[in-house]
Ligand binder design. Structure first.
Ligand SMILES: [Zn+2]
Ligand SMILES: [Zn+2]
Length: 397
């Protein structure tokens, strides 16, 4: 390990390492899906209850809010961790694997929760060092649209008076210890679509008497590739992926219909607005050409996550002083994040902390059944988020 700059946040976070690991492993063993985080939120509330100077409340059934009023005047800062897991059967072998069959913390939200608990502990131990008001939200249902963030923003008073918001995602594709921040467009809007293609079923030996939805569907999939490659500027960012194609029952029957699903990822509002028309134009043309009909449903997901420049710049300055040369400019991602909902109400920025370590096999992609964390990254996460809370809370920050 290379030596890191010596800072108060760094020293205090490092001392917390065994506790962070214990929290994370408990959470990892007891994962719960979005909107069902009953045990998780009870555990978080109980752990927060052991800390001094915090006001703990439950904005929704499965989310938890801890508020710390600092000893000095300043801004209201929101720190966010997501707490939900995924419907994945864990394939890891370690002793703290998921005890809930078919549910797994495969995105690192167990780590995010442990990190924010750690930050709450450090802040609550020295409120005299804190400026303004620090709100720490343990948010439910990030993985499940319409998302917990949207609910908190729309139907609670969480964001009232918030001056700035930040949060982090551990990232197994970055080496442990790296902090990556980016101003502007950071994560994409993840939209989804469903397509039904209706042909006319029949005997597989006589396709001329049928309208084959499998053959038509295959043409639709191929032609949808032209949207990104031929209809959109190479300088714009768009992904159109067909991820599901289902038709038929056996080898000698042409089925009546085929079902397709997929995702559209974009940053730009104009392009995002145009995507459904571009898809439907292909769908209409191809099905008509072959005598089939179609149904088309397009559903908007989370907004794109566009970081506020000044907040990202400030986080980069903090990252440089906390992790030195491990601070880097983040690459934008076509993944989605409901953190974007908070940014409709206040300026803010989201950043990444590396948790990938090939020696520990913690570099599997997120949502993989063997995903895990290098727990050293929890210390980096606390260090960054604690320093950010202190810095962003200062008056005029
Ligand atoms: Zn995820
Ligand atoms: Zn996630």
């Amino acid at each position: 390990m290379t030596t890191l700059p010596e800072t108060t946040s760094g020293e205090r976070a490092a001392a917390l390492a065994p506790q962070l690991t214990a929290w994370r492993r408990h959470l990892h063993q007891h994962p719960e899906l979005g909107f069902q985080e009953h045990e998780t939120s009870a555990y978080v509330a109980a752990e927060l209850g052991k800390l001094p100077h915090l006001t703990v409340s439950r904005p929704t059934e499965t989310s938890v809010l801890a508020v710390l009023r600092g000893g000095q005047p300043g801004q209201t800062v929101l720190l966010r961790a997501d707490i939900d897991a995924l419907p994945i059967t864990e394939e890891n072998q370690f002793e703290f694997v998921s005890q809930n069959e078919g549910v797994m913390h495969a995105c690192g939200h167990d780590g995010h929760t442990a990190i924010l608990l750690g930050v709450a502990k450090l802040l609550s131990e020295r409120p005299e060092d804190v400026s303004g008001e620090i709100r720490m939200i343990f948010q439910h249902a990030e993985e499940l649209g319409p998302g917990g963030a949207e609910e908190l923003v729309q139907s609670t008073s969480l964001m009232d008076g918030v001056d700035v918001v930040t949060g982090l995602h551990l990232n197994s594709q970055l080496p442990t210890g790296v902090v990556a921040v980016k101003p502007g467009a950071f994560m994409a809007a993840p939209d989804m679509f469903e397509i039904g293609i209706r042909g006319r079923g029949g005997h597989a030996a006589h396709p001329e008497e049928a309208v084959d939805p499998v053959a038509v569907g295959a043409q639709v999939v191929t032609n949808l590739q032209h949207i990104v490659s031929r209809n959109v500027s190479a300088l714009d960012n768009l992904v159109v992926s067909v991820t599901y194609f289902h038709a038929g029952t056996t080898h000698n029957v042409i089925p009546d219909s085929a079902q397709l699903m997929g995702t559209v990822r974009s940053f730009d509002a104009e392009l995002r607005g145009r995507a459904p028309q571009l898809i439907e134009r292909v769908l209409k043309g191809v099905t008509e050409a072959h005598g089939a009909t179609y149904t088309f449903k397009y559903e908007k997901g989370y907004r794109p996550l566009i970081n506020t420049d000044w907040v990202a710049d400030k986080l980069m300055t903090i990252a440089r002083s906390e992790v030195g040369e491990h601070a880097q400019l983040a690459q934008p991602s076509m993944g989605g994040e409901d953190f974007s909902a908070y940014l409709t109400k206040a300026p803010g920025a989201y950043f990444n902390v590396g948790s990938g370590n090939p020696l520990l096999e913690s570099d599997y992609p997120h949502h993989h059944p063997r995903f895990t964390l290098d727990e050293e990254s929890l210390v980096t996460g606390v260090r960054m988020l604690h320093a950010a809370a202190l810095e962003l809370g200062k008056p005029g920050a």
